[in-house]
Design a protein around this ligand. Structure first.
Ligand SMILES: Cc1ncc(COP(=O)(O)O)c(C=O)c1O
Length: 419
């Protein structure tokens, strides 16, 4: 990955595995390809920081000209600290605290690009914070575009655009949102946003969401709202090994075509990719702790027990996601023996699925496509230290994190004082 020998890297880790390794060059390349799809038209690639909040990654994307889509005050402060201009930040999330709203409305002196409100109630709250701070708040309305789950073809937990979702304002409430924003002296309604779902298997639902958004933008402009952008969200899928037909740039081109047909080319088009920028460019390295063999119902079973678990990469447990697992050093013979790769966590869902490996188990493996929603979702469940992270650029390691010693967790938990 990125020109470094992963097995060497795994063995070199003074503090062992599990270790995430990221290719900063490939991540920057993804950003350039996506930005190029705009052909110079007004637009913003706002990286969904929730996918991966590591400093070297957010900084690399900021240097390529990306903005950030953030979902908490913490992510907002992180994006600013990594050099993302306040104006290039949009802030989504269904329940932002007053503190978080105040940070958004004042960041960089004049506030972030837009607070994406997800309910009429939130619109009222943002207006109140604007009044308290004596500013006009730039808001966009995150819409629930009504794209049905069965047309999205993604897992129910990561599809968000359907009507019952807790996210976004439903289409029936949009007129009220426009009226409320227009009537307020502390709100400027400057955009509409949607995120129809993640790991989208086709472009059509994305285009469908874009059509809804541009229609709404036209309606709001007709009512005098100072609309400046439409944000068609993230959700561009990546190839986890099963093949994937579309590049992220094709989603952008499809949204631009919808924009052209709507005659709203003067508006800026925002997109919020997370996974598409980083997912394929991170791996999780793990060492094999032991194997286990058993005969169940007369059939032999083999487990490969590795030192990375669901606390390090929860996607298989949470979304039934499948990540390819490959040996770091290919053993002799064909990779034709099924091994069930599991972690050490005390949960039956701590299971990376069955993978064809050599008859002789490898000493170390890489779990592929772990760059998005990997480390950001990691926990210390079962008293496990967080995985370390290694960042590669130009064929060499340019940054790495240290693993916390076991003592650190013990001190932290045992140290919770009483009375
Ligand atoms: C509002 C919003 N934008 C962007 C994203 C990023 O999605 P993805 O990583 O699938 O591109 C998400 C993911 O949950 C989201 O909720």
């Amino acid at each position: 990955l990125g020109g470094v020998a992963l097995d060497e890297l795994a063995r070199d880790q003074a503090s062992g595995t599990p270790t995430y390794v990221y290719d900063l060059d490939a991540i920057a390349r993804e950003a350039r390809e996506l930005i190029a799809a705009f052909d110079g038209a007004p637009g913003l690639v706002a990286f969904a920081v929730k996918a991966n909040g590591a400093g070297p990654i957010v900084r690399a994307l900021a240097r390529e000209g990306c903005g950030a889509d953030v979902v908490s005050g913490g992510e907002l402060a992180l994006a600013l600290a990594c050099g993302v201009a306040a104006k290039k930040i949009v802030y989504s999330g269904v329940a932002k605290t007053d503190d978080e709203l105040d940070l958004a409305l004042t960041a960089g002196g004049t506030g972030i690009g837009a607070v994406q409100v997800e309910s009429l109630e939130e619109l009222t709250r943002v207006a109140a914070r604007g009044a308290a701070l004596g500013v006009r708040a730039r808001v966009s309305v995150r819409v629930n575009p009504g794209v049905e789950e069965d047309t999205i073809g993604t897992h129910a937990h990561i599809s968000t655009g359907h009507d019952e979702a807790k996210f976004g304002v439903s289409l029936g409430d949009i007129d009220a949102a426009i009226e409320r924003a227009n009537a307020s002296t502390h709100l400027d309604l400057i955009g509409f946003a949607a995120h129809v779902g993640s790991q989208l298997a086709s472009i059509e639902p994305y285009a469908q969401g874009a059509r809804v958004l541009f229609e709404l933008a036209a309606r709001a402009i007709g009512r005098g709202a100072p609309i400046a952008f439409v944000d068609t969200g993230g959700g561009m899928g990546i190839d986890y090994g099963g093949g994937y037909p579309s590049r992220p740039a094709e989603f952008v081109r499809a949204a631009r075509e919808v924009q052209r047909v709507a005659g709203l080319e003067r508006l800026s088009l925002h997109v919020e990719p997370g996974r598409a920028l980083v997912g394929a460019h991170g791996v999780l390295l793990a060492s094999v702790i032991q194997t286990k063999r058993a005969t169940i119902g007369g059939a032999p079973r083999r487990w490969l027990m590795v030192d990375a678990g669901m606390n390090d990469l929860i996607r298989p447990a949470l979304y039934q996601a499948r990540h390819r697992v490959v040996p770091l050093v290919r053993g002799a013979g064909e990779a034709s023996t099924p091994w069930r790769v599991v972690g050490p966590v005390c949960e039956s869902s701590d299971d990376f699925g069955e993978h064809l490996l050599g008859a002789e188990p490898p000493a170390r493996v890489a779990i592929l496509d772990a760059g998005a929603y990997g480390f950001t979702m990691a926990s210390q469940y079962n008293g496990r230290a967080l995985a370390t992270e290694v960042f590669v650029r130009g064929g060499r390691v340019v940054a790495r994190t240290e693993r916390a010693p076991r003592d650190a967790w013990v001190r932290e938990r045992a140290g919770v004082g009483e009375g």
